[in-house]
Ligand binder design. Structure first.
Ligand SMILES: Cc1cc2nc3c(=O)[nH]c(=O)nc-3n(C[C@H](O)[C@H](O)[C@H](O)COP(=O)(O)O)c2cc1C
Length: 169
């Protein structure tokens, strides 16, 4: 199995080491390589480094405190104007988010997927915070940084009882 798939873990504590723009570009290149319905590529990315904005962004949900101590937070946005098959938006964005997480793990960085869509209150928090035009749909936030303490590591989740051949009986 690919090492990054095995070892990627949600990392919620980061050192204060900055992530350079070249590294951020590598992460976003990985996200943009994701499959999407009819190749619609609905994604756009808002890169947030400003400490005050990260602090406010960390209030998006009760489970997003990890944003505040990360050097950078990437807000995953879907652009409604790019949607040909709107019903596939969330799958497309999910694939892009996972690609980003795997690229981070491959570079020994820590990251975590923080859920935003489809919870209206969370989506509205981000729309208002960044004064987003209506066609941008906030999907998730991914804080990224150098892990502080426990980072990526393999945890075996294989469960043979989940596998069914030909029938689930
Ligand atoms: C759709 C989605 C939403 C998530 N939302 C949060 C969140 O709001 N806060 C958080 O700390 N982790 C969040 N996570 C991370 C999960 O808690 C984590 O993936 C899970 O516990 C498994 O741990 P692992 O990522 O280390 O394998 C989310 C993950 C997914 C896929």
């Amino acid at each position: 199995m690919m090492k990054a798939i095995q070892e990627r873990r949600s990392v919620r504590r980061f050192t204060n080491e900055m992530i350079d723009d070249k590294t951020i570009e590598t992460l976003l290149r990985a996200a943009m390589q994701a499959p999407s319905a009819a190749n619609q590529q609905p994604w756009e990315f808002l890169v947030v480094k400003d400490p005050r904005m990260k602090e406010l962004l960390s209030k998006v949900s009760p489970y997003a405190g990890s944003i505040a101590n990360a050097p950078v937070a990437i807000v995953m946005l879907a652009n409604k104007e790019r949607l040909q098959f709107a019903e596939n938006m969330e799958q497309d964005m999910g694939a892009a988010t996972e690609n980003l997480l795997l690229q981070a793990a491959d570079m020994e960085l820590g990251a975590v997927w923080l859920g935003v869509a489809p919870v209206e209150a969370r989506m509205n928090h981000i729309k208002e915070l960044f004064d987003l035009p209506d066609h941008f749909v906030p999907y998730a936030v991914v804080p990224v940084g150098v892990p502080d303490g426990v980072g990526n590591r393999f945890i075996d989740r294989f469960d043979a009882t989940r596998i069914h051949f030909e029938t689930v009986d």
